[in-house]
Design a protein around this ligand. Sequence first.
Ligand code: ADP
Length: 466
Amino acid sequence: MEHVDCCQDSFRGSALPQQQRSPFRLLSKWARRSSLSTANSLMLHLQERSRILLRFADLIEKHNDEIAALETWDNGKPYEQAAHIEVPMLARLMRYYAGWTDKIHGLIVPADGPHHVQVLHEPIGVVGQIIPWNFPLLMYGWKVGPALACGNTIVLKTAEQTPLSALYVSKLLHEAGLPEGVLNIVSGFGPTAGAALASHMDVDKIAFTGSTDTGKVILELSARSNLKPVTLELGGKSPFIVMDDADIDQAVELAHFALFFNQGQCCCAGSRTFVHERVYDEFVEKSKARALKRVVGDPFRKGVEQGPQIDDEQFKKILRYIKSGVDSGATLVTGGDKLGDKGYYIQPTIFSDVQDGMKIAQEEIFGPVQSIFKFNDLNEVIKRANASQYGLAAGVFTNNLDTANTLTRALRAGTVWVNCFDIFDAAIPFGGYKMSGIGREKGIDSLKNYLQVKAVVTALKNPAWL
Ligand code: ADP
């Protein structure tokens, strides 16, 4: 396992004696140091905490292009997407959380009897964070922002496929004034470094984003160690519902975006496109035309919309899902194979006539494969949309206010986008129902993940009033 401590070079793995290099020993060291420096970070004036995050946001903007290039090298996503969407979103996240540092406070509670009751909101302590490879920078921001705003120290493990951007921006965060030991970045594998973090006795909380299967492992590791609280942001199979009164051209474009964005590697991808039967044929034809226009290729080239998949494992898995769709009788509208002979490129693929019981209708493909389903009644589509083990997000396309209101309340999902999709401002909470996760990230709700609640009850002698 390799590690980099963003704040103290002498802590590099190579400088440590051999017997101290196991993940557990290293993490113990980090955790101990983090625990100690929790006190230091708490001593930081609230305004200074805020200033550090604001300076960090400025540095992110200053280094926008290098950060975006690292993200593209690591992940394969289009450079324009990284440079114009994701890096600016990271800066926005940091400014959002900078605004919270001096607005986190407890309560004074009127309780029965002669007692003064304070409810304190304290930092939780040493926070373990494990992030995935699909949006390395944004997942870093969703996790580091609230944890620092609340005054915690952090040990964050990046995904093995994408270690670079977190290391680079952590240097900038240090440059912005973050004290030594507050943020520690671990580059390592899941079953070793990730598991060591999740099961560590000195880690007070674990926040995880990744697959549902690994999320279950994280919960188990917490249960078997110190019962640290766990937040999970997991998989999805999100419905995207197009009513017959919707603006069809807009719905086609957004359904395309909802599925194909980021090579289809989004936990909230609109991967079940439900279309009303009255507009179904038109929708499928227009979706095919849009997919054929999608620009796939070198992610550094201008105008490219889709780069390669993350790695060989995902590439092969997606091709297996495509085969399964064909074998189970769905109609292959376009695509269906790899693209070219070099790199992990996959043709933008569409299946129509997809039935609910098919594997491609139930499992998360995490690739550029759109499945289009037909429905004819509002109650029917609600029932079918909710018939999933997941509940991360949903999209609703209609110009009828009553239909929109019915759907937004009936769908069991953590986010419902109406006539839009993938809107991800820092202030909007994100997380899942059912097997899509536990807890919320971003927005005011994310702060709860990083605060401990303490009631302080003080007896009052001869109070003038109660
Ligand atoms: P994917 O299958 O898409 O790679 P994972 O859920 O396996 O998603 O990975 C997300 C993150 O979880 C990565 O940082 C990975 O290293 C980590 N991870 C994988 N397995 C484990 C594990 N057993 N314990 C802790 N972390 C893990």
